[in-house]
Design a protein around this ligand. Structure first.
Ligand SMILES: Cc1ncc(COP(=O)(O)O)c(C=O)c1O
Length: 441
């Protein structure tokens, strides 16, 4: 477009709008749109093979019956609850608290829960609250989910990466980063971490490291932002305690998402923010959740009551536990991971320069290759080999020379997954043969 015809300049808009973290999700969707025949090992979407439209009606009816039978609401009050503006902190906090108690051994007062439009809004609210002035910085285990990078950019909060290492968070690096930030006059406010089957790395933090991390946070006055969208999808039945369930000092703000356990279109997430906040003038003590709620009232007013009702219906249908509600999905993910690892092992036998990690659950495998992985290479892979994956540089906040990519095994049905891995292997083999050539794009 002719620049003279433009009405606004990007240079005059918020700097985040020019940041790669805000464009990476759109870029990946755009590539998928340009190559509709390409199989996607990129999308971190949950498997959709069990979705039924009729279930939405059932969930709404279940929630209506709960309001009537357990809460004593009459028809008018039920209609108002579903149709009117609602409480800013949400209308299903009691059910989420029951769910957290059953599935995560987290005991929490429902008043500490803010129901949000996806976990993404919860991240934004927490970061907005913590970024009080330009000394405040966020620490985040790197590589990190682009949603946290983007949310931090939008509130002008610098993010300092902390190495993940084999334990999902390198405590030595964390201590060094905190000390260095303080020496620079900065105020590290929180560490963002996905302890269970992280996106993108797939890594899980061992229990002893969880405990040490909590001790460190308590000693240093640092909050931990625990994001846990994949915790219900382990390989096998073994699950580790969440940081929040081990938290005795109220240092953990727990970020929940129902995107993978209910469905993403419902857009329900939440923050558990039971920290006590003092008003230094009046001495009054309140909950951090109530401060987040003030911000939420100016961002989304309240989370759609209809969406909360549908999510609540699914919770109620399974006695508020999402473990039995996700048995079939868990089986799909376990089988898909086995297929993906077998496909990779067939394609790249021992001695190959191509390696990958073996996650203990979640949605993602990270593949390391002996060549640079950038967006041009992804476009080449989509065009010539009809397969999509995610370049890992998107998760390193702009670092160059990344030789890794993320494969997702959650979304494709088994036959497509096998074919996707076959295409991926032929793409990598072609790239290995052309090593040394200037560009494949
Ligand atoms: C680590 C992580 N956090 C949060 C989210 C987003 O959750 P929601 O869809 O509830 O906003 C995702 C989605 O992929 C994710 O991978």
């Amino acid at each position: 477009m002719d620049p003279v015809a433009a009405d606004l300049s990007l240079a005059d808009l918020h700097p985040a709008l020019d940041d790669p973290s805000l464009t990476s999700m759109n870029f990946l969707n755009e590539i998928a749109g340009r190559f509709p025949d390409a199989l996607s090992l990129a999308a971190g979407r949950p498997f959709g093979g069990f979705y039924e439209t009729e279930a939405l009606h059932r969930y709404l009816r279940i929630y209506r019956d709960y309001l009537r039978d357990e809460r004593g609401f009459d028809d008018d009050r039920i209609a108002m609850t579903l149709h009117q503006y609602g409480r800013t902190k949400g209308i299903v906090s009691e059910l989420l608290a029951r769910n957290l108690s059953l599935d995560e051994d987290i005991t929490v007062d429902p008043e500490s829960i803010v129901v949000t439009v996806g976990c993404q809004e919860a991240m934004f609210l927490v970061l907005r609250a913590l970024r009080a002035d330009d000394r405040d910085v966020l620490l985040a285990v790197s590589p990190m989910y682009v949603g946290i990078t983007g949310a931090a950019k939008l509130v002008d909060m610098p993010v300092l990466g902390v190495a993940d290492g084999p334990d999902g968070v390198d405590l030595v690096d964390l201590a060094a980063k905190v000390a260095a930030a303080r020496a620079d006059g900065l105020r590290p406010r929180a560490l963002y971490v996905v302890p269970d089957f992280a996106n993108p790395s797939g890594v899980t933090v061992p229990v002893a490291v969880r405990r040490a991390l909590l001790d460190f946070a308590a000693q240093e006055g640092l909050l931990i932002l625990e994001d846990n969208p994949y915790g219900l999808f382990p390989v096998g039945d073994q699950r580790l305690p969440t940081l929040k369930s081990l938290d005795r000092d109220r240092v953990v703000v727990y970020l929940g998402s129902l995107a993978k356990t209910v469905f993403p279109g419902v857009r329900i997430g939440y923050a558990v923010a039971d920290q006590r906040v003092v008003d230094p003038v009046s001495g009054r003590i309140g909950l951090f959740a109530d401060e987040l709620s003030k911000i939420k009232s100016m961002v989304t007013v309240n989370t759609a009551p209809v969406a909360q009702a549908i999510a609540a219906g699914k919770l109620l249908e399974h006695g508020c536990s999402l473990v039995p509600a996700t048995v079939r999905e868990r089986e799909v993910y376990q089988a898909n991971l086995t297929r993906m690892l077998a496909g990779l092992a067939r394609s790249f036998p021992p001695g190959s320069p191509v390696t990958w990690n073996v996650p203990a659950g979640g949605f993602f495998v990270v593949v390391t290759v002996p060549f640079l992985v950038d967006d041009e290479l992804l476009a080449y892979s989509a065009r010539e080999h009809q397969v999509l994956w995610t370049p890992m540089h998107h998760f390193y906040a702009g670092a160059g020379d990344i030789r890794q990519l993320r494969l997702s095994y959650s979304y494709l049905p088994p036959d497509d997954l096998d074919e996707g891995i076959r295409r991926f292997a032929s793409f990598v083999s072609a790239r290995l043969q052309f090593r040394g050539a200037p560009s494949m794009a």
